[in-house]
Design a protein. Sequence first.
Length: 114
Amino acid sequence: QVQLVQSGGGLVQPGGSLRLSCVASISTFDFYNMAWYRQAPGKQREMVATVTTAGSINYADSVKGRFTVSRDNAKNTMYLQMDSLKPEDTAVYYCQAKRRVGYWGQGTQVTVSS
């Protein structure tokens, strides 16, 4: 069973920064494609950023140039560095590990407000 434990998040003012972490309890972490999703109140869950096993990275248009996703296979960890945060980035953020089946983290709240 794969477990993903998220940390980071919280309340930040517009223009601020936060970093999310996602630690996976899997010995074959480097075989999993990883992703960050978010879900705002009343909205569907949407992809924020993905990083494949080969290191290919993709971002949602809404976060390009502001967010940076990375993975450290030696630490079984994926990160999301979020800069220049906007109120519309407010959401619960989830990490996902996917090989044949997708696994989700517990979610972490990010609130951008003055």
